[in-house]
Design a protein around this ligand. Structure first.
Ligand code: MN3
Length: 198
C-alpha cells in the first residue's frame, strides 16, 4: 500500500476534555482509515503510487474526485493529529509569534480571524493558518480540500488546521461548533506548528 494510516503520538483520551476519547477513536480508526484506504484504492496501479502526498495535492485538478477527497482527507487528518497535544494550548513563541504579530497585528486578532473562518465555513470543511512564502494568512476550504491544492482559493503551506466536519465534534458538542472551536485552542501544539513554519 502506498499510504499508511499514521499512529497518534498520544492516547485517544489524551485530549480530554477538549476532544473526547470516543470522537478521537472513531475519527482515527474509521474516518482517517477510510480516507487512507480509499486513496490507496484510487491510485492503485497508477503512477501516483510513487508520488508523495504533497506532490499529488499540488496537481490535484488533474486527478479524480476520489483522489481529491481521499488524498485531502489523508493529508489533512495527519496534520491535524500532529498539531495537537495533551500538553498544548497557550500561545506560540519566537519567530512564529513575531510573524503572527506582524501579519495580523496581534495573536488575539489572528485567533478571532481563525475562529471566524472555522465558524462560518458552511457545511463540512477546514480552517487553516497558511504560510505563503513567509506571509501568514487565514483561510478555509470545503470538504477535504486544502491550501496545497491547485484548486484552492488561498494557496500556500498549511501549518495549522482545524477539522470542522460534524464527525469531528458532534458526539460531544452536537450543533455547538463554536464551543468545539474554543476548546481546540487548549490542545494546539505550538511547537509543532512552529516546526512547520520553518
Ligand atoms: Mn475529520
Amino acid at each position: 500500500m502506498a499510504f499508511k494510516l499514521p499512529d497518534l503520538s498520544y492516547d485517544y483520551n489524551a485530549l480530554e476534555p477538549s476532544i473526547d476519547a470516543r470522537t478521537m477513536e472513531i475519527h482515527h480508526t474509521k474516518h482517517h482509515t477510510g480516507y487512507t484506504n480509499n486513496l490507496n484504492n484510487a491510485i492503485k496501479d497508477s503512477a501516483l503510487e510513487n508520488l508523495s502526498i504533497e506532490y499529488i495535492l499540488k496537481d490535484i485538478s488533474k486527478y479524480s474526485v476520489a483522489v481529491r477527497n481521499n488524498g485531502g482527507g489523508f493529508f489533512n487528518h495527519k496534520l491535524f493529529w500532529e498539531i495537537m497535544s495533551p500538553n498544548g494550548g497557550g500561545k506560540p513563541k519566537g519567530d512564529l509569534l513575531d510573524n503572527i504579530n506582524r501579519d495580523f497585528g496581534s495573536f488575539e486578532t489572528f485567533k478571532d480571524l481563525f475562529n471566524k473562518a472555522a465558524t462560518t465555513r458552511f457545511g463540512s470543511g477546514w480552517a487553516w493558518l497558511v504560510n505563503q512564502n513567509g506571509k501568514l494568512v487565514v483561510s478555509s476550504t470545503p470538504n477535504q480540500d486544502n491550501p496545497l491544492m491547485d484548486v484552492a482559493e488561498v494557496k500556500g503551506t498549511p501549518i495549522l488546521g482545524l477539522d470542522v466536519w460534524e464527525h469531528a465534534y458532534y458526539l460531544k458538542y452536537q450543533n455547538k461548533r463554536p464551543e468545539y472551536i474554543d476548546a481546540f485552542w487548549n490542545v494546539i501544539d505550538w511547537d509543532q506548528v512552529a516546526k512547520r513554519f520553518v
